[in-house]
Write a new protein. Structure first.
Lengths: 255, 303
């Protein structure tokens, strides 16, 4: 990959990271990845913000409130199914169901944009965020919880003061890994973000992410543009690997 | 006792009662929020599956499984006269199966062997290096894997979009999944079993072949099925490696179609809208059945 992006690295150097210009016009080619880096970060952070309350509630539902019951196993199977649905199906569903819904809410004229993609990404990463936190939450020892109950603590207080501090590292790690997933998601985002090479101005603005620009422009790209796309891929690889390494590090350190 | 002490005691008791009720209420409200949000998550799953079944079922017919994808002109004609779109997705189905087959041929032996190696040499540096590599590989976005397969295979080996490139991309995605699941299922085998075989003087390769693999077989199957269900729906890497093909082909140096690629094509073609839903329904059904099958095997093994 480094070899494939050499052409672009030579041409632009470090400016590739901070330039927000993306101009494939012949003779006046100029590429910078800043737009896409910002787009990727915005969608993924938004996805994480939306996903955390949902994922945390689901984890508590499965691993604490209804632990071991039939309802819990149905809920966790459903969430697992969510992990099995391919990315393109989320994209289609977002395009045909979620997008009109957002238009009718008057949030955005076309329904495309950072917000729509963030929303669909949030749904997609919920299973990744729950699976590990489920295990850590259910692994908090019963004696600790019972001790707190015997002091008269309510369930909420037990969750807040006993379970959370004990399961914190596992929960954090699972959200970081889910964030890593969100960074690399391609198709669902490509179908919903609007694919415009402008700097996003807010969460309802359209934009482009690192993965969606590769998916969109790869077919027609050659020469310098191809090399620039490969460099974006390389950047994406580096970023996701760092994020995942942080997640794994937290798991290892506190396990 | 004077009045002030009594009063202050009473106030304390009141405070206590208030705060106790307050805590109770907070507790209840939190439970309510948890249930509400969990139901919201579940309803997303049901909504997505429901939409697909509702919109997709009427295009599922015999032709859907026996004919290749229609061209856009035929679809437009059928649409304007209010008929079902002719044709099906058989080129996608055969393509997907072919890609998965070749990817499995590449990934399963490697994955299982590396898994066995890592299990047998828990402590070695090389094993932990392999384990870390698998972790990294698992976190790499699928489109980046597509780019890698493009740079390796499309540019240097087949000099054009090809089945081989797509299979290599999918195999790279399967490899860490199979490796980890092999290791995990081997870990579940009691050591005594292995030691018994060793005590009988069985050579090491025979212990692996006749004891470890058969006893962990259902675990291996679960891992393989899960990995296949994961890659069946992958679209992004295939867009960069196999491109798509309106004909059925078995030549591994030629471009090929796949169900997710067809869905992407239909999505980009306003005349094909009706076919999207049925192909999506088919794809999701296939993936979920594999998924549930693997879970079922895993659950059966536990008993």
């Amino acid at each position: 990959m480094v070899r494939g992006s050499m052409l672009s690295i030579h041409q632009f150097g470090w400016k590739f990271l901070i330039s927000s210009e993306w101009n494939p016009t012949q003779g006046d080619e100029h590429y910078g990845a800043l737009l896409f880096i910002v787009g990727t970060l915005m969608t993924s952070v938004l996805a994480l913000v939306i996903a955390i309350p949902l994922a945390f509630s689901t984890s508590l539902f499965v691993a604490e409130y209804f632990k071991g019951t039939r309802v819990a196993s149905i809920v966790s199977t459903m969430v697992d199914l969510l992990a099995g649905i391919p990315s393109i199906i989320f994209g289609l569903w977002g395009f045909y169901i979620l997008r009109p819904f957002i238009v009718s809410m008057g949030l955005s004229p076309q329904g495309y944009g950072i917000f729509t993609s963030g929303l669909i990404l949030a749904i997609m990463i919920i299973p990744y965020a729950t699976s590990l936190s489920n295990t850590t939450i259910s692994m908090v020892s019963n004696e600790l919880k019972e001790a707190a109950y015997s002091l008269g603590a309510t369930r909420l207080e037990v969750i807040w003061n006993v379970i959370l501090p004990n399961a914190r590292s596992g929960i954090t790690a699972s959200y970081i890994l889910a964030f890593g997933r969100a960074l690399g998601e391609t198709l669902a985002v490509t179908m919903l973000i609007g694919n415009s090479n402008i700097m996003p101005t807010g969460i309802f603005s359209t934009g482009n992410t690192m993965s969606s620009v590769i998916a969109n422009q790869f077919g027609e790209a050659s020469g310098l543009q191809l090399s620039a796309l490969v460099e974006i891929g390389l950047l994406l690889f580096v970023i996701t690997t760092i994020i995942n390494a942080i997640g794994k590090f937290i798991i290892k350190k506190f396990a | 006792m004077n009045l002030t002490t009594i009063l202050s005691q009473k106030a304390n008791a009141n405070d206590l009662a208030d705060s106790f009720i307050g805590r109770k209420i907070k507790d209840r409200v939190f439970l309510g929020v948890v249930i509400l949000f969990s139901l919201l998550t579940i309803s997303m799953v049901l909504l997505i599956i429901g939409t697909l079944v509702f919109k997709g079922h009427h295009q599922i017919n015999w032709a859907f499984f026996t004919q290749t994808a229609p061209n856009t002109f035929d679809a437009m004609m059928a649409k304007s006269s209010g008929q079902l779109i002719p044709g099906g997705i058989v080129n996608g189905i055969t393509g997907s199966l072919y890609l998965v087959l070749i990817a499995s041929i590449i990934a399963i032996p490697f994955g299982v062997l590396i898994g066995i190696y890592v299990y047998e040499n828990q402590q070695s540096k090389y094993a932990s290096f392999l384990r870390d590599t698998a972790d990294v590989l698992q976190g790499v976005p699928s489109i980046v894997i597509g780019l890698i397969a493009y740079l390796w295979v499309v540019v240097h080996v087949t000099h054009g979009y090809s089945v081989l490139a797509g299979s290599v991309a999918l195999a790279i995605m399967m490899l860490p999944l199979i490796m980890r699941s092999t290791e995990e299922s081997l870990k579940m085998i009691p050591d005594t079993l292995k030691e018994a075989a060793m005590a009988l003087g069985t050579p090491y390769y025979k212990v692996i072949w006749r004891v470890l693999i058969p006893t962990s077989f259902s675990g291996l199957m679960t891992g393989i099925l899960l990995a296949i269900s994961r890659i069946l729906g992958e679209t992004a890497p295939l867009m960069l490696t196999t491109l798509g093909n309106p004909e059925i082909t078995w030549n591994i140096t030629k471009p090929i179609s796949a169900v997710p690629l067809l869905i992407w094509q239909f999505y980009n073609d306003p005349n094909m809208v009706d076919l999207i839903w049925s192909s999506t329904l088919f794809l999701m059904g296939f993936v979920l059945i594999l998924n549930l099958l693997s879970k079922w095997i895993a659950a059966k093994r536990k008993i």
